[in-house]
Write a protein that binds this ligand. Sequence first.
Ligand code: HXC
Length: 257
Amino acid sequence: SEYETILTSTQGRVGWITLNRPEALNALNTQVMRDVVDAAEAFDADQGIGAIVVTGSERAFAAGADIKEMEALTGTQMLLEGHFAPWSRFAGVRTPVIAAVAGYALGGGCELAMMCDVILAADTAKFGQPEINLGVIPGMGGTQRLTRAIGSYKAAELILTGRQIGAEEADRIGLVSRVVAAAELLDEAQRTAETIASKSLPSLYAATAALDVARESTLAEGLRFEQHAFAALFDTDDQKEGMAAFREKRAAAFRHR
Ligand code: HXC
């Protein structure tokens, strides 16, 4: 395959992207970001594809941005390099994208799911934005998209506590489209994707564009703010401590608490 960190395949008019870094619970490092964005754009450019499914493993959709890679970044580097900017290309894909989530969808994993049009959750799915435990905040859209998805008070509690929620709670509060039995997840994703892919492409593109406008009006401003706030935290000692503690498998001893 032309990709290092994902598997791709097609089934009829459906393009599949399967995150494949089992050793790191599909943590989203730079290579995963490049691979997912490139694969999604390739499917998007192919008129033989009418829907895309993004999935992970039974254990993890994705456990977040790769903390070990991210840990050493400085805020200055992030601002200069636009380190996470390619994710906006993924969010801009016109073909309907279904996230098929089993296991952990944490931090950037939850944010990746929220960049998709539809979220199908296995009953084993666990969502959360645990960045606060690392001394930072969500940086791939979490503060903005979660608030729009579930409302400001529900989002605030999750983002400020870092609490994980199961599929049932995620369904109740509107974070997912539908919950299915774990054993059915991939078949159900394929069926849903086939239904979507059987529709007219121009209408699908118009629908995803309109849904994006509904979800995103004034989002751009929020995302710009979030990127700067996220980068600024990488110049704090508590970010170094939070991420070092994760690597060393111990509780973080934050200085400023
Ligand atoms: C790097 C990770 C990782 C991550 C897991 N791993 N999550 N590596 N980045 N986000 C690695 C572990 O280090 C370990 O490898 C292996 O995957 C298995 O994980 P374990 O922790 O041993 O598994 P378990 O005990 O079952 O716990 C699962 C877990 C835990 C609860 C999901 O791994 C966890 O808390 N992960 C971090 C979740 C998180 O904080 N996500 C937010 C990241 S910040 P080794 O080799 O060490 O054994 C973020 C910001 C996004 O996403 C914004 C960017 C702009």
